[in-house]
Design a protein around this ligand. Structure first.
Ligand SMILES: Cc1ncc(COP(=O)(O)O)c(C=O)c1O
Length: 332
């Protein structure tokens, strides 16, 4: 299928800015030029990477005549918050199924979910077999009430959602062309793998040498790498392209630390570095781990002097305003 034929609904403020980070570049030795792709400013209730995915997912929901969306995540899920915002914007009912025991206090993303009018459902992971099954069961209940539900998987990471990042590659290539530069690499946070699969598919379709480096925030490389490869393959097949992405997937799990949502010394220091050198707020759960990887690789001399490297800011700042006990990894 031609990319231009994909159903898409306008939800995000695009293109997002691609900004140079001269003070951050100098703080890291001054040899590599760091650029920041501001997907934290996509709009949709404080922004983030999910806006691009939701443009395709919700277009698919509307095409199927659905009037209700369901999705899942942890209580501080940015994906859930942005799905709730997108649903509100399109006049759809939104149900969020949290893989968690109930929380009474509303902070960060959870506070926004409620403000956005989403209906919250709590499922204690100790008491359920599988969160996808819980969503299917809820969808059946909603159907029985006369609603037409559309299920969005965790992180919006299927081939439809990932299409948002195929388009994002075209966007950044146009920006690079206007600037007259080429990027050595793109570094970004990788969770459920959809962002990385889309970026990689975009790189392969456009035949550019830019490396796509996914920094895992939770899963091991052994788990995430094949997931990204499989999802990327699915995106490419939707676009009638038979390139095998397997050898092009680069995932590192070296910055996860003790687990999802748990800060490391390097992630805390990266948070401060971005804030104090560029006035840019990254988030503790996703982008700070990716930023820790960027800092390490630049300082270790991975890229030659004069290279241009992009840090793709995927958003997530509402989690800064939530007590860390609300990050699902901390409950276990
Ligand atoms: C702020 C932020 N960055 C990165 C990611 C990872 O994106 P993906 O799940 O597509 O790998 C997420 C996912 O929830 C996120 O909220």
């Amino acid at each position: 299928m031609d990319m231009a034929n994909f159903p898409r609904v306008e939800l995000a403020a695009l293109p997002t800015a691609l900004q140079p980070a001269p003070r951050l570049s100098r703080a890291l030795g001054g040899k590599v030029n760091i650029w920041i792709k501001r997907d934290d400013n996509t709009g949709l209730a404080i922004g983030g990477n999910k806006a691009r995915k939701l443009e395709f997912l919700l277009a698919d929901a509307l095409r199927q005549g659905c009037d209700t969306v369901l999705t899942t995540g942890g209580p501080q899920s940015n994906h859930c918050r942005m799905t709730a915002a997108a649903a509100a914007k399109l006049g759809l009912e939104c149900h969020l199924v949290f893989n968690s025991r109930p929380f009474d206090i509303r902070q960060g993303n959870l506070l926004l979910d409620e403000l956005l009018g989403a209906k919250l459902h709590w499922r204690d992971p100790a008491k359920i077999e599988n969160i996808s099954r819980e969503m299917s069961n809820l969808a059946e209940e909603l159907k029985a009430q006369g609603r037409r539900p559309y299920i969005i998987p965790l992180g919006g990471s299927n081939e439809v959602g990932a299409m948002g990042y195929v388009y994002a590659v075209q966007e950044i290539l146009q920006q690079a062309e206007a600037l007259g530069i080429q990027f050595e690499a793109i570094v970004h946070a990788s969770g459920s793998g959809g962002t990385q699969a889309g970026l990689l598919a975009g790189k392969l379709l456009n035949n550019v040498p830019t490396g796509i480096i996914g920094v895992s925030v939770s899963r091991s490389q052994a788990v995430l790498q094949p997931q990204v490869a499989q999802l990327c393959q699915a995106v490419l097949s939707l676009l009638d392209c038979d390139i095998d992405p397997t050898d092009h997937v680069e995932v590192t799990d070296a910055y996860v630390g003790a687990g999802y949502g748990l800060p490391t010394e390097a992630s805390q220091s990266a948070l401060q570095l971005f804030a104090r050198n560029e006035g840019i707020i990254i988030d503790p759960v996703y982008t700070a781990k990716a930023a820790a990887a960027l800092v390490y690789e630049v300082q270790a001399g991975r890229w030659p002097a004069g290279s241009n490297v992009v840090f793709w800011h995927t958003g997530g700042s509402p989690a800064l305003f939530a007590d860390s006990i609300f990050w699902e990894g901390n409950q276990k």
